[in-house]
Design a protein around this ligand. Structure first.
Ligand code: ADP
Ligand code: MG
Length: 697
């Protein structure tokens, strides 16, 4: 077992394993439940469970777990061994169909945003047969969804599966109108590009801020950062290469198609991109990728930072969510086709996305909002907080021609007519160059670039799938009734372009100009998490999610509250960490440095009164002044924390943290970073930015 093709999927209970180990009729039942969402009957489930157990034991597994994705954003597992007593002090290895299909973890400590208080304390996990079971660390992991007793989603997977059903339903209606009778299912596919930092474990462990919060809360700029762009796509350091090799192999064993690994813009920053797959599987695989990155980094004496902004003044990390819609007949609906009919269909799906992004800009912003990601969005290194769509010049010109009823391009003499003309091919290169756009059409897929590096991709794909399903629903309703399909289609496309063209922007998203222009266009701009999150409950958004049965209103309320509480908790921990660092480490260190300078000045004077002690006295004076200021800012931060009232609602509390606590943290940091630049290295209690960023040799 050493070639890639041998190890790929070797720890996955996939189709070929099932074909080999399951009776034909049971295999067919599993396939049906995977492709058509039908439930497996209990007899078949028992057979599958037993085959899974035998296979897992052969691979060295002793335990199984329902593997799920609670609202914490990381995955959860509770291991049970296969053993069952048979008397005489002996055990056998058992795994029943019931244990495969449903589990009941003790769920009382998972965040639920109040859902469990309203309903039931227990939570259930149910098997998602569309995502293969796999073995990780000797444990058979069964991908599951996690719901309350009353059926409310308590996880990130349930709404994702529901949103995939919505786009399947509405997508099929639209495809039927174009005569695609053979299409039985529509799926969305995703390839998430994952950014991360790798630093040496020894520097990590000496930074309380990294250990407690995942990002540096203090740190003066190093003499060298990313100015020279010499890291981007640079050659890999041997330790990093060894890490990536092991990561690839472990991911391949789990059936994750890790494809591209390279250095990113910032020193110590890297990226991994897999080959795209069905969305719920891509979401599972991205969770596994993040987990393995962290574990394997440790094995190589490094720590993988997934935080969106670990270092000020250096690029942060995001995740690009490449997304498209594909039929079970293998057609990507965003691939401009060869015939006029195919292109009419392409244009309508394109319109569905443009309208979805415009109608639900707020949801697109909310689904990527977090305390960590707020540091990036709009900071001229990541897309702005304003949502817009990049189409590229060529496609834009076509939409203009349709809108104006004008000839397209210099070669076309006739008016461009949907369903009559063939679209030109859009070469990828002309469309993929604008890296400042939050949402870009890149030839045959859309790239949603606002996601934070640490977040689950489920939320953003729930929004994308549901919002596009809603556009498609409206189009199907209208076109199904049309007497002249071609004319109605042309009119619809023209209307959508006209109504929603304000969301299309092909220019520089980082410029101050765009912020003003976006405001003129009436686009929304939510700089922070507390700004956008309440929009979750806007009437149109509740209507969208309840209509497509993604979230009930109670589930939405719960998610809104959890997002706000999560934001406040992060800032709370950060502020406490800063105070701990300030009083316990930083000020005593500066005091020691100042004392030594004063003693040195005295000793020099004693040696010879004529000796120059200006460096010592001036530096000691500077440091004393800065230390006094830092102490004042530290107390101000404490006062800000104390000003928070326990009766604050989650929104009021989040706003308070943003408006009162965060600015106090920033002011404190500025003073401390100035001290770091003046203080002798041997006194400073933490590794510097330079030491951290260039720690992996
Ligand atoms: P880039 O120029 O951004 O590197 P790539 O073509 O390498 O673009 O693709 C980046 C990601 O997009 C990869 O994960 C790839 O698998 C994914 N991707 C490509 N086609 C699709 C598609 N049709 N649907 C979803 N993701 C896709
Ligand atoms: Mg990309």
């Amino acid at each position: 077992m050493n070639t890639v093709t041998d190890i790929f999927g070797s720890m996955v209970f996939n189709d070929s394993v099932m074909r080999e180990r399951l009776p034909k009729d049971v295999f067919r039942q599993v396939q049906r439940s995977m492709n058509e969402g039908r439930r497996l009957d209990s007899a078949a489930a028992a057979v599958v469970a037993n085959a899974m157990k035998d296979w897992a034991i052969e691979k060295g597994a002793t335990h199984y777990t329902h593997w799920f994705q609670p609202m914490t954003g990381v995955t959860a597992e509770k291991h049970d061994s296969f053993i069952a007593p048979v008397g005489g002090g002996k055990v056998i290895m058992e795994f029943s169909g019931k244990e495969l299909i449903q589990g009941e973890p003790d769920a009382s400590s998972f965040p639920s945003g109040g859902l469990r208080a309203t309903f039931e304390a227990r939570g259930y996990t149910t098997w998602d047969p569309t995502s293969y079971a796999f073995i990780k660390d000797g444990v058979l992991c069964i991908p599951t969804a996690f719901c309350s007793y009353g059926g409310e989603a308590l996880d990130k997977k349930t709404p994702l599966l529901r949103s995939m059903e919505a786009i399947n339903r509405e997508g099929l209606r639209v495809l039927k109108l174009f005569g695609n009778e053979d299409v039985r299912a529509v799926k969305t596919t995703v390839g998430p590009e994952q950014e991360y930092f790798l630093i040496d474990q020894s520097v990590y462990e000496r930074r309380k801020d990294l250990v407690y919060t995942g990002r540096t809360l203090f740190g003066a700029r190093p003499p060298k950062g990313q100015e020279l762009d010499d890291h981007y796509f640079g050659s890999l350091k041997p330790r990093v290469r060894a890490f990536m090799k092991e990561l690839d192999e472990e991911l391949w064993k789990l059936g994750v198609m890790a494809k591209t690994e390279h250095n990113e813009a910032a020193p110590a920053q890297h990226e991994l991109a897999p080959i795209y797959t069905t969305t719920n599987i891509a979401a599972d695989h991205n969770q596994l990728t993040m987990e393995l990155m962290q574990r394997i980094a440790r094995k190589h004496g490094m720590v993988c930072l997934l935080h969106e902004k670990p270092f000020a003044g250096v690029n942060g990390s995001g995740k690009h969510n490449n997304w498209s819609i594909t039929t079970d007949t293998g057609v990507n609906v965003f691939e401009p086709g060869e015939t006029p009919a195919e292109n009419a269909q392409f244009l309508l799906f394109l319109c569905a996305v443009i309208q979805a992004v415009d109608d639900y800009q707020d949801l697109m912003r909310i689904c990527v909002a977090s305390a960590g990601n707020d540091h990036r969005l709009g900071a001229a290194e990541a897309p702005p907080a304003i949502v817009s769509v990049f189409l590229g010049d060529e496609l834009n010109a076509i939409l203009n021609a349709i809108d104006l009823g004008a000839p397209y391009g210099s070669r076309e003499k006739e008016l461009f007519k949907v369903g009559v003309h063939v679209l030109p091919k859009f070469p990828k290169d002309t469309t993929d160059r604008n890296r400042t756009s939050p949402f870009a059409f890149t030839g045959n897929k859309f790239e949603f670039r606002m996601l934070g590096s640490s977040q689950s991709i489920s939320g953003p794909n729930v929004v994308l799938n549901t919002a596009v399903a809603e556009s498609l629903r409206q189009y199907a309703d209208r076109l199904e009734k049309a007497e002249d399909f071609d004319a109605a289609l042309h009119e619809l496309i023209r209307e959508v372009i006209r109504t929603h063209r304000r969301i299309i922007f092909n220019g520089n998203g980082y410029g101050e100009e765009w912020t003003k222009e976006a405001e003129r266009r009436g686009l929304q701009n939510f700089p922070s998490t507390p700004d956008c999150t309440p929009e979750y409950l806007a009437e149109k958004n509740v209507a969208l999610f309840t209509r497509h049965r993604i979230y009930t209103e109670a589930e939405l309320r719960a998610r809104c509250q959890m997002k706000l509480e999560g934001y406040s908790k992060v800032l709370h921990i950060e502020a406490l960490t800063m105070m701990d660092m300030l009083w316990k480490d930083i000020l005593p260190a500066v005091s020691a440095c100042t004392g030594d300078l004063a003693r040195a000045a005295n000793e020099k004077k004693q040696l010879s009164p004529a000796m120059d002690v200006s460096y010592e006295t001036k530096t000691a004076a500077d440091l004393s002044k800065l230390a006094a200021s830092a102490a004042i800012h530290g107390r101000a931060l404490e006062a800000a924390m104390e000003g928070l009232k326990s009766e604050h609602e989650s929104l009021a509390a989040a706003r308070y943290y943003r408006d009162r606590v965060f600015p106090a943290m920033q002011s404190l940091r500025a003073v401390v970073d100035a001290m770091e630049l003046r203080c002798g290295a041997k006194y400073w209690p933490y590794p510097s930015y330079g030491e951290i960023l260039f720690s992996v040799k």
